[in-house]
Design a protein around this ligand. Structure first.
Ligand code: 4AD
Ligand code: MG
Length: 430
């Protein structure tokens, strides 16, 4: 019977055939251990000389890394491996023999691995990260479906910059000038006025000349937008969403978390509600922690976020940033004109900002004033202004960066390993 590695539990003591690749092997005179992978998982195949033909045993010993094959044998329980099963191999049938696979079991440098990303993805660690990424995406759809959100797809080619004009990728749109989307938000606001609660999930692009462990040029964002929802209500949805995702990853990705040697206890602590501190309070905390030169009105960098996060074992919301360092659409605090009703969610363990969100300006006159201040002239933004003209309502939304979230939950150092083919400063290959 043809099956896959992930179905091992259902096939204990049965003879099965699996299409696989040889990830690694070791052998002695009488026994060979094949590390097999089939995409669904990894399993050890044990080939005992006395139990197979001489030809099969010789093949097991000589087979090269990444050779593809059909393996037939019996699945048995194996309490020593984290996976819990192994295969007693009876027959091997090579499909394609690989030679000189460049990623050997020895250590390789990051640049070498990045140049071979199309192959590196096959490794056990990268496999685990992609499975966790997939689980986060699935849990995102489940969460927003159960909370009555409608999935909406904003355009990727756009004439409107949501997050400022300095980090845009320009492209020709026939005779017109267009950009690759930095954020679907403005369109999601229009969608929220039509469907109430909406979310998007798509690629976004920032021509940011940042070379840090948190920055990608192309990254995927989940952007919910909600009509008749206040800033505080939006924070509740955010913390419930993040808690749900963590709970689901803990439930479905135990093996992957173990493979990545993730500290699972740290993840188990993550439960809504999350602490909230104001930007003012954050400045105070930073000064106490020895950042004597931080000034009110400056944006926080990675070291600041990390220092604040250290005081909490949950993600922490930093709210009410100065209006001048935030986007044009953020709603001012009615009690204080110099700060806005916004929040960044800072992940623990130094992973930094994973969510940016805010209440949006819903007053036409104030929005017109912001247009003037930010030079948002022309047709590209006219439609967005009209949302404030016809039945404007209080609304709020946020954007969660998928790759930073995957990095945090998986416990990997750098976002380059959290997306199949990262686009980085100076890297468009493979
Ligand atoms: O804070 P940002 O820029 O917010 C927005 O784009 C809003 N329009 C979202 C909204 O309210 N609908 O980006 C949101 C999140 C950040 O918190 C971060 O997780 C991620 O997107 N992000 C990046 N991730 C990887 N590489 C980059 N260069 C990123 N820039 C932002
Ligand atoms: Mg932000």
């Amino acid at each position: 019977m043809k099956t896959t590695i992930n179905k091992a539990a259902a096939n204990v003591n049965q003879e099965v055939t699996i299409g696989a690749w040889l990830a690694n092997k070791r052998s002695s005179g009488k026994i060979a251990f094949l590390q097999l992978r089939d995409g669904t998982g990894f399993i050890q195949g044990v080939v005992v000389k006395a139990d197979v033909t001489e030809e099969t045993f010789q093949l097991a010993k000589s087979m090269t890394q990444e050779t593809s094959l059909y393996v037939t044998g019996t699945i048995v329980e194996d309490t020593r491996s984290p996976f819990g099963y192994e295969m007693q191999v009876k027959e091997l049938e090579v499909i394609h023999e690989a030679s000189d696979y460049p990623i050997t079991p020895k250590e390789h440098g990051t640049e070498f691995l990045m140049d071979h990303r199309h192959l590196w993805l096959r490794s056990k660690k990268q496999h685990a990260i992609m499975k966790i990424r997939n689980q986060i995406i699935q849990s995102t759809y489940q969460f927003f479906q159960k909370e009555d959100f409608v999935k909406i797809d904003p355009p990727i080619l756009t004439g409107a910059a949501a997050e400022g004009t300095t980090e845009l990728f320009h492209t020709k749109y026939f005779e017109e000038e267009a950009y690759l989307s930095q954020s679907g938000q403005l369109y999601m606001e229009a969608a929220a006025m039509a469907l109430g609660r909406v979310f998007s999930f798509g690629p976004t692009f920032r021509a940011e000349k940042s070379k840090t462990r948190r920055h990608l040029i192309e990254f995927w964002m989940i952007e919910p937008e909600m009509a008749f929802v206040t800033h505080e209500e939006s924070l509740e949805i955010q913390e419930n969403y993040v808690s749900y995702v963590i709970e689901q990853v803990l439930e479905h990705c135990q093996l992957e978390l173990t493979t990545l040697e993730r500290d699972i206890d740290a993840l188990k602590k993550i439960k809504a509600p999350f602490p909230r501190i104001t930007y003012d309070k954050a400045i105070e905390m930073l000064k106490e922690k020895g950042f004597t030169d931080v000034e009110w009105g400056e944006d926080f960098g990675a070291p600041h976020e990390t220092a604040i996060a250290e005081s909490f074992d949950q993600p922490v919301f930093i709210t009410h940033y100065p209006k001048d360092i935030k986007a044009f659409y953020m709603k001012p605090d009615p009690e204080r004109d110099d700060v806005v009703l916004c929040a960044d969610l800072i992940a623990p363990e130094g992973y930094g900002e994973i969510i940016g969100g805010s209440a949006r300006i819903d007053d036409l006159t104030l929005m017109e004033q912001r247009y003037q201040e930010h030079n948002l002239a022309g047709d590209a933004y006219q439609w967005y202004l009209e949302l404030r003209k016809y039945g404007s309502v209080p609304h709020a939304g946020f954007g969660l960066g998928l790759e930073r979230t995957v990095a945090w939950i998986s416990g990997v150092e750098h976002v380059r390993e959290t997306i199949p083919f990262p686009r980085l400063l100076n890297r468009l290959y493979p």
